[in-house]
Write a protein that binds this ligand. Sequence first.
Ligand SMILES: Cc1cc2nc3c(=O)[nH]c(=O)nc-3n(C[C@H](O)[C@H](O)[C@H](O)COP(=O)(O)OP(=O)(O)OC[C@H]3O[C@@H](n4cnc5c(N)ncnc54)[C@H](O)[C@@H]3O)c2cc1C
Length: 468
Amino acid sequence: MLKLAVFVVFAFLDGATYAQLEQITLTESSTNYPGYSQSFLTPGCRFTPHGVQDVQLAINHLILTNTSFAIASGGHSSNTGASNIDAGVTVDLSRLDEVTITDEGNAVWLGPGASWSDVYAKLEQEGLAVSGGRVGHVGVGGYVLGGGFWWFANELGWTCDQVLEYEIITPARQIVKASATENEDLFWALKGSLGAFGVVTRIKMPTVRAQNVFGGALTYRQDNVVDVFAALQALITKAREDLHAQAYVSFGWLELHKRHVTSAYLVNTAGDHLSAAFAKLTSIPHVASSLRNMTVGESAREITDSNPLGFRRTKFTLTARSTVEAMHIVHAAYLRISASMRFGPDDMLGVTIQPLTLPHLQKGRNIFPLTNEKSPLLLLSAEFRWSDKTYDQMYEKAARALHDAWVAELQVEDLFHPWHYPNYAASWQQPCEEPSIIRGAREALESVRRKYDPEDHWRQLVPGIWHV
Ligand SMILES: Cc1cc2nc3c(=O)[nH]c(=O)nc-3n(C[C@H](O)[C@H](O)[C@H](O)COP(=O)(O)OP(=O)(O)OC[C@H]3O[C@@H](n4cnc5c(N)ncnc54)[C@H](O)[C@@H]3O)c2cc1C
């Protein structure tokens, strides 16, 4: 069936080229699509190339045959159609999963199709870690190209700010290197634009030697939420005092248990002790704690367990000024909307508040309009998870209602910020448009696009992504 579909796409090719394409394994994908909206799309064929030459060959022929396609690494995008496609071709990079330690252990080459759990497992054998995702099954490719929020953000900035070099196949079908000294314009444009400039086939990152961290989750009773928000804000305000201390707060409705849950996940990246910066969060009475010494990989495994695959999901993001009042606005709208709904038996709504501290925001050179911020921000995300597809519309509508309530109520108090984090954005949000990119960056990004995609192939043939 798959072979037939491929043959239709490439039928006109001469014998030699078709024989070459047959060498590329065509299989069902091992990519996990955690969001329902991606997994219900059915591509006419799915490529799982083994290496950069295979990808180059495929992109070349997709362009020559005017075939629409999507690029998938880990398949975790919340943007429907970004990494899977109906009727066209999905280029599934899951076999480009190298983890190659280099530069005497100071750096590592990562394949975009590797998952963070594979990356941590390999690096831990050498006593190393890397600027990666906090959930193991997320893919390297999309996570890095969309920014990347990790445990070392307060100290080192976004993951994309850490990248040393990209290898990319441009829409002009050239294999190009982009780094601080080579194709610098492309190097900058790749930081936050989620695949708008070609297919990234390798990413070089510095390693982190201090791989032991002290951290874990604290679970609170719902009536402690006021203290939890105050403690989180205190941590954010003092972010410069301990660059190793990082935390986020989540709350959610679990229909299965018919209750709200509130938790904080704390990590001290300096390892082996509980940072004094966490004193307020740990002094609030809690019903459970998993605080301990662990590796970054163990932390990712713990958070992975609370993010099982297989549910239908919808997710969106917003940004707010960091104040306790903003947290209460977000929480109050969540309570109101969850109380007004009839959830299915296993369903849930989860909200996460993640600090974007000043040390984090003021680092790096990427396309986000955040480096000049004078005050810290809150990265907000909300996700509905459910099983029964007859609820799809209800949850999509509820997500919009929650979004609209947050926007309106934060705006009234002048606490709304217009940035959308690309890695959490829904398909109906616009993270690659102003004001979500640096003011005035549109022209610079367009000139990078014209240089590397002079015939505008990407906008014509890759319909599911956000273009610049
Ligand atoms: C359970 C869960 C946990 C998460 N945890 C975190 C977290 O801790 N921190 C954080 O910052 N984000 C997190 N995210 C968000 C995640 O980083 C983004 O969804 C990310 O884009 C997923 O990358 P992927 O490779 O898995 O997804 P994909 O869907 O494969 O890719 C996402 C986008 O990038 C493009 N793309 C992917 N690879 C390439 C490539 N090699 N070349 C060109 N374009 C490419 C795709 O076409 C698509 O548009 C999480 C998401 C989920 C679902």
